[in-house]
Design a protein. Structure first.
Length: 389
């Protein structure tokens, strides 16, 4: 049997790793459009960007591992089309037949026409080369204009400030990360960046004057899932590639994971698409078993983390389309380093999401509360340990 994997990020790299570590010996061919072996992307806006980690740490494996484990990796090779009837993928080099197909094509940064059409130097962050460009700008002391106060924008801003660059962040919302954290917690990140000297301009739109005065414009306004291949092939798509609980697409022999997978989540009871490291990693493990004939649902709750200045954070779960009706904060947020606290988003007494900031001992307890019905007042009582709520 031949398994073809399209994509060379963490999700793809994890899937082929699990196939081999679980003892499956099917023929595996992995296509990557970039000239790199599979790698993970968080270091590009965190440790590697800040010069604290070597690039080698970003790679899932070195070349020897793929050779030793009989994985045919073809980098710098873009898959141009998928023929579901013939069960083959097409590249410029020809066709490759498959018995099972895994799509892990990731996402691409959303572009901003005003910036792209200007004469200002503009950067996005998704690839190693783009991270290298930012590192070089930091080393030169270039002033940065960051458009968008989401996770990528704020991580780039923090790395640039720590390198000594002048940083301005422009965000249309009233607070950074407002859609994810709500006003109760998003204020922490506004205070944090201002305490570190970022010129944070909220409820603001980008202007030609902003672009004219920028040393480098970094656009971080979100990403779009790379679903063109899947859509052209006739797979069901809607804000990603639609997959069931087992990560199977509308074709029984085709699976999708990572940024592109819009999954019917068995625990959350709704569709969810997650663009974060942990989902790529965990879905890769589950899909490997299903590619080899299993029928295992993917049940992990969404999880992500960030590091900005001295603030480290982990977030589990996610507020659904119905929103939340109460936020419980335990501990004391502080402007300069984020403080030490936990926060929980509730709806009708059910914990929809939880996070810890600089409170690493609380991680397991936070994870254990997400998805549970609790007494909100008991959760808010800091004299009650989280493990006893």
């Amino acid at each position: 049997m031949t398994i073809v994997v399209v994509g060379a990020g963490l999700a793809a790299g994890t899937a082929v790793t699990e196939l081999r570590e679980q003892g499956h010996h099917e023929r595996v061919v992995l296509f990557g459009a970039e000239p790199h072996l599979p790698y993970e992307r968080p270091p590009l806006s965190k440790g590697y960007l800040m010069g604290k980690e070597p690039l080698e740490k970003a790679f899932v494996h070195d070349a020897a591992w793929y050779a030793d484990n009989d994985v045919d990796v073809r980098v710098s090779t873009e898959v141009k089309a998928i023929d579901l009837d013939a069960k083959a993928v097409r590249t410029d080099a020809g066709e490759e037949p498959f018995d099972k197909l895994l799509l892990a094509t990731g996402s691409s940064p959303r572009h901003l026409a005003m910036a792209d059409d200007s004469k200002a130097p503009v950067a996005y962050l998704r690839t190693i080369e783009q991270s290298d460009r930012l590192k070089a700008a930091f080393a030169d002391g270039t002033s940065l204009l960051v458009v968008g106060a989401g996770w990528i924008g704020l991580e780039v801003a923090a790395a640039a400030r720590e390198a000594g660059c002048a940083v301005t962040v422009v965000e249309t919302a009233d607070l950074p990360l407002l859609a994810v954290l709500g006003p109760e917690v998003a204020q922490v990140f506004a205070d944090l960046h201002r305490a570190h000297g970022v010129d944070l301009r909220l409820s603001s739109s980008l202007t030609p004057e902003d672009l004219a005065g920028a040393g480098l414009v970094v656009v971080g306004i979100g990403a779009a899932p790379n679903i063109g291949l899947a859509e052209a092939a006739g797979l069901d798509v809607d804000n990603g590639v639609l997959v069931d609980e087992t990560l199977r697409t509308s074709h029984p022999d085709v699976f999708a994971i990572g940024d592109i997978a819009n999954q019917q989540h068995p625990v959350l009871g709704r569709r969810v698409r997650v663009e974060h490291w942990d989902t790529a990693l965990q879905q890769g493990k589950v899909v490997a078993r299903n590619l080899a004939g299993g029928d295992e649902p993917y049940e992990k709750l969404p999880y992500f983390f960030t590091d900005q200045y001295a603030l480290g954070m982990e977030y589990v779960g996610g507020v659904g389309p119905d929103g939340y009706d109460r936020v419980v904060v335990r501990g004391e947020p502080k402007p300069d380093d984020g403080g030490v606290f936990t926060a929980f988003w509730l709806r009708g007494g059910r914990v929809e999401a939880g996070m810890q900031v600089n409170d690493w001992d609380a991680t397991d307890a936070v994870k254990g509360l997400v998805g549970r019905d609790v007494d909100p007042d008991r959760l808010a009582d800091e004299d009650v340990p989280l493990s006893d709520v």
